[in-house]
Design a protein around this ligand. Structure first.
Ligand SMILES: CC(C)(COP(=O)(O)OP(=O)(O)OC[C@H]1O[C@@H](n2cnc3c(N)ncnc32)[C@H](O)[C@@H]1OP(=O)(O)O)[C@@H](O)C(=O)NCCC(=O)NCCS
Length: 308
């Protein structure tokens, strides 16, 4: 199919929101009968182009058909250590006609020219996207389970996990130590993302765990935006710190239903989440193309911006 690749501007925000809603709704409804998870209102999806434009202006790839209609988007997030990709979506009317591949090839060409590996998180329920990335040379890394938890209006069930008292709200001056910790544990470095999460108007709160000498041992960003009820990104040096961070972040989101991605192998964290009433709603896998370090500790990926 003939498409022209270009970029987006603020005037496209509504079209992008409509495309994301339509694409996700159609795929999940047709394949899994779960379109309702994504709603029929495009308004909440406007958060993606707004945040992505703030973080990575001009890096997005838009596909338009011969009449100029927006038929695909692929958001690219170049970082010091890697390029992250996501969200990728195409209009269901043109599914299977190579539009996503064309956008991805453009994104991968940029990463290759910069000499950086590429990371993303893809749904294990979605063979189209998994295969698209696999055909382009991505290989799977960690499997994550998406856990959905309803936080009671009265707060998280107690007692708080061990170590919760060492968790505090992070402040803008913590951005650099948090970027260093993530680099050490996950091999990715992205200071501007941390500065964004810690900025007053981002809609996020960031929780930080520290050892007795005040050195960070984990952090977890939590979206308090009504459109995007999700924890992440975050890292922790071990499962007990991850658990304390998750409990603290959820407790601050009373009355809300929140999703977070936990490594499927983090048995203690996952079992404790079941104890909080968590339900498995999806499975994701980190996929990478090129040399990427094997991470240590626990990572909580997210989709805004995609952190892989
Ligand atoms: C995933 C999505 C972006 C794919 O878009 P698309 O435009 O239909 O994809 P393309 O036609 O460019 O490419 C699909 C590729 O996957 C391949 N493919 C699809 N199903 C496959 C399977 N079961 N096994 C092997 N390959 C498969 C196709 O052959 C094609 O590869 P090729 O170009 O090498 O032949 C689209 O389905 C979508 O928008 N879904 C909803 C949003 C979403 O889930 N996004 C992904 C978020 S991680």
């Amino acid at each position: 199919m003939t498409t022209v690749l270009g970029t987006l501007d603020a005037a496209d925000d509504d079209r992008v929101a409509a495309l994301l809603q339509r694409s996700l709704y159609a795929w999940y409804e047709n394949r899994l009968g779960q379109g309702a998870r994504f709603g029929t209102d495009q308004t909440p999806y406007g958060i993606f182009p707004r945040v992505y434009r703030r973080l990575d202006p001009g890096e997005e790839i838009a596909a338009r058909d011969a009449s100029g209609r927006l038929v695909g988007v692929c958001f690219v997030h170049p970082r010091e250590t890697h390029h992250a990709i996501g969200i990728v979506a195409t209009d269901p009317d043109i599914a299977g006609r190579g539009v996503a591949r064309a956008m991805m090839e453009e994104a991968l060409g940029r990463a290759d020219r910069a000499g950086r590996p590429v990371r993303l998180v893809s749904s294990l329920l979605n063979l189209e996207s998994f295969s698209l990335y696999s055909r382009l040379g991505f290989t799977p890394r960690t499997i994550y389970q998406d856990l959905e938890v309803h936080v009671p209006a009265t707060g998280m069930p107690g007692p708080p996990p061990n170590g919760t008292s060492s968790v505090r709200a992070a402040v803008p001056a913590d951005a650099s130590p948090l970027a260093d910790l993530e680099h050490m544990l996950s091999g990715i470095r992205r200071l501007p993302d941390h500065e964004f999460f810690l900025s007053a108007d981002s809609g996020y709160r960031v929780w930080l765990a520290a050892d007795p000498r005040g050195r960070p041992t984990g952090f977890l960003a939590a979206s308090h935006q009504p459109e995007f009820p999700m924890l992440g990104p975050g890292v922790a040096i071990d499962e007990s710190i991850a658990l304390a961070l998750a409990w603290r972040a959820l407790d601050a989101l009373r009355g809300r239903t929140i999703v977070f991605l936990a490594p499927a192998t983090a048995r203690g964290l996952v079992q404790r989440a079941y104890g909080w009433g968590a339900r498995n709603v999806e499975l994701h896998v980190a996929q990478a193309r090129g040399e990427t370090p094997v991470g240590t500790g626990i990572a909580f990926p997210t989709f805004l911006p995609e952190s892989g």
